[in-house]
Design a protein around this ligand. Sequence first.
Ligand code: PLP
Length: 391
Amino acid sequence: MRLVRVDELEVEKVELKDLLDTLEQILRQGCVSPIIADQDFRKIKKGEKTVAALKILGVKYVPASTYEEKRMVRLEDLGFYDEVSGNPLKVYEDMVELLVRNWPTPLVKSKFLSTSDKSAWVKLEAFNPFSNSIKDRVGWYMVKEAGHELLRLGKMYEATSTNTGIALASMAAIMGLKARLYVPQSIQRVTDIYLKVLGAEVHRVPTSLTVEAISKVEQEAVRDGAVHLNQFENDANFKVHLRYTAKELDLQLKHKKIRPKAIIAGMGTSGHLSAIAFYFKNRYPETEIIAVQPAPDNIIPGIRRIETGMKWIHWIKYDKTVDVTRDEAIKCAVDFARNEGILIGLSSGAVIAAYLKEAKNPGNYVLIFPDSGYKYFEQFSEYLNKQQSLH
Ligand code: PLP
C-alpha cells in the first residue's frame, strides 16, 4: 500500500448527492481501505467514489494499492486535519490566504452563558476577514469552484441578505471581477454602502429572497452573460462547511477533550447547520443538533423558516427546530454584549435564545455565531429607543 497525493489522482466529477452514502461511511468509520490503482498509481481501477469523497473532505493523501487489501487507514494519517490546523504566526502572502489559512475561527467558552454544570462554547465566525461573517467561507468556495467560467465571463450575480454579498464583493475586488448583488428592501441600508465601497453594484429588490426572486436573478445572469453563483443551490456552500467549518470544530473540541451534548445553529440557506449536522451525526451520533428559525412573522436577518425552502436540510438528520422571536434575538445579543463585551449579530442572539430554551441537561454546548453586531445599527437603535420609551 502507498499514500498517493489526492491531487495526483484523476477523478471524474460526481454530484455531491451521489456521494452522500460514501461520505457517511467514511465519516462514520473514521478510516478507509486502500483504493485499487494501476501500476504507476495514477489511474483508479476501483474506488472512484472513495477518492471523490476524500477530495470533498479535504485529505492530503489517498491510500492506494495495486491489489485488494483489507487493512484500514485512519483519516488522521491521510492529513485530514492538516488544513485546519492554523498558522500560529499569522503571516500571509495575500488576502485569500488570510481567509483560508487563518482558520479555525475562535471557539470561546462564554462565562455568561455557562453554569456550574453546563459549558457554552461559542464559535465566532465574525473573525473572518471580509464580511466578518461565516459567509466568507461560502463566497470563497463558490468562486473557487466556479473557476475558469467565472474568469471567462468576468461577472457574478447573487441574491443576498448582506453577508454573502460582502464576501463576494471582496472576492470580486481581489480577482478584478464585477459583482452585482440583489438585496431585499427589508435589509438595513448600511449594506448598500459597504457593497458600493467594495466596488460592487447593488440592486434593491421589493420581495424577500423567495424562489421567484432567485429565479429572476438567474434569468438576468443568463441575459447578461454573468455567473449566478446561487448560494441557495450551489453545493459549494455545503461542501465548504463540511470540509472546513465542521472539521475545525471537531479538531477544536478534540483539543479540549470535549464531546458536545448539542450544537445549536441558525438556518438561512441551511448550509452551515446541515454540513455540521452531517459531519457530527456520522462521527459522534450522540451529539444533538438544534436548528434555529424565526418565529412565524418575525424577521431576523440571515435566518429563515424551514418551510421557505432550503436544500441541504432535507439531506441530513437533526433533532429539533426551535422558534425564536425577533425581540428575543435582539435582547439576547444585547445581554451578551453587556456581559461578554462582544457585539454579536441578531442570528447569534437567536442561537443564544434557543440555547436558553433547550439546554436543560448538564454538558458542553456549542453555539455557532454567524457574524458580529456592527451591521445591525438600525435594529439595535430601534431596540434601545423602545427600551427608553418604556422607562
Ligand atoms: N446568520 C447570518 C447573519 C447570516 O448572514 C446567515 C446567512 O446568510 C445565516 C445566519 C445562515 O447561514 P446559512 O446560510 O449557512 O444557513
